[in-house]
Design a protein. Structure first.
Length: 250
C-alpha cells in the first residue's frame, strides 16, 4: 500500500488501494484477503467497503465477499473518452497518411487499455473498442510499453502476469520475450505479427514521457514490411506530438 504524505487524505488513499487490489484480483474478494495485501485492520476495511457499497462502487456477493460495482464503468469510460477527444485530430492525421486504423493504449499495472481509436478509411479495416483491456506481451502497444521499463521490472511483471497464448504465434517463453523487448528498444518500434489475432499485424511506438503507446493495425495483406517501414516515422512523429500536447496541459 502506498505511503501517505501530509498533503493526502488517508481514507481516500486506502479506498483506492482497496479498489485497485479488487481490480487486480479479477474476481470477488474477501475482507481477509484485502487485509493480507494492505495490512489494514479488518474493521477499517469493513468501514471502507461499506462506504463504497453504499455509493455503488462495490457490492456484496451472496458469499459475503465484495466485487467492483457498475458505477465504476462510466468513470472509466469518461476518463478514456476525455483523452481520446484530445488525441482525435492527431490520430486522424495518421489514418490519412497510412490508411490504417490507429489506436492509443495506456498501461494499467500488468495490462494495457485502449483509450482512443480512429478506424481506417478503407473498407477492410480493424476495429478496436475503447476501454478494452489487452495483454502486454501479445500486442504491439504492450511490447512498446514494456520496452520503456527496466529489464528487472519487465521480468517481474511478465512472471506475475504470465504469457498466455492468444494465437500460435504468441511469444510464451520469457527469455524469448526479453530478447524481443531488447529488439524493440534497438529499432524504436514494436511489432505484433499475428500474435494477438490471426491475420492482423500491428506496429506501435511508445509516447515519450507517458505510459501511452500509439499503433496502427491492419490485415496481413496490407501490412507488408514496406508498409511497416513507412509507418514507423509517422508513428514516431505523432508520439512526439502527443507527448508535447499532454505536457502542455499539465
Amino acid at each position: 500500500m502506498a505511503e501517505s504524505s501530509r498533503n493526502t487524505v488517508q481514507s481516500v488513499e486506502r479506498a483506492f488501494d482497496i479498489l485497485e487490489i479488487m481490480s487486480d484480483s479479477g474476481a470477488d474478494s474477501g475482507i481477509s484477503e484485502i487485509a493480507a495485501k494492505t495490512g489494514l485492520p479488518l474493521p477499517t476495511i469493513h468501514r471502507i467497503l461499506r462506504t463504497l457499497a453504499e455509493a455503488g462502487y462495490v457490492y456484496q456477493t451472496t458469499r459475503r465477499r465484495y466485487a467492483l460495482g457498475a458505477r465504476l464503468i462510466p468513470l472509466s469510460r469518461n476518463a478514456g473518452g476525455a483523452l481520446g477527444t484530445i488525441l482525435q485530430p492527431l490520430l486522424a492525421e495518421v489514418v490519412e497518411k497510412t490508411h490504417e486504423s490507429v489506436n492509443v493504449a495506456m498501461r494499467e499495472r500488468d495490462k494495457a487499455r485502449y483509450v482512443a481509436h480512429v478506424p481506417s478509411d478503407l473498407s477492410m479495416r480493424m476495429f478496436t473498442e475503447v476501454g478494452n483491456e489487452v495483454e502486454l506481451h501479445s500486442t504491439g502497444v504492450g511490447k512498446a510499453l514494456l520496452a520503456t521499463l527496466p529489464d528487472a521490472e519487465v521480468r517481474e511483471l511478465l512472471t506475475r502476469s504470465g504469457l498466455p497464448p492468444a494465437t500460435p504465434r504468441t511469444i510464451t517463453d520469457l527469455e524469448v520475450m526479453m530478447k524481443e523487448i531488447a529488439l524493440v528498444r534497438e529499432r524504436g518500434y514494436a511489432l505484433d505479427d499475428e500474435e494477438r489475432e490471426a491475420g492482423v499485424i500491428c506496429v506501435a511506438v511508445a509516447v515519450p514521457g507517458t505510459t501511452l503507446a500509439v499503433s496502427i493495425s491492419g490485415p496481413q495483406s496490407r501490412m507488408t514490411a514496406r508498409a511497416v517501414a513507412e509507418a514507423v516515422p509517422v508513428l514516431q512523429d505523432v508520439a512526439a506530438r502527443i507527448s508535447s500536447e499532454i505536457s502542455a496541459r499539465d
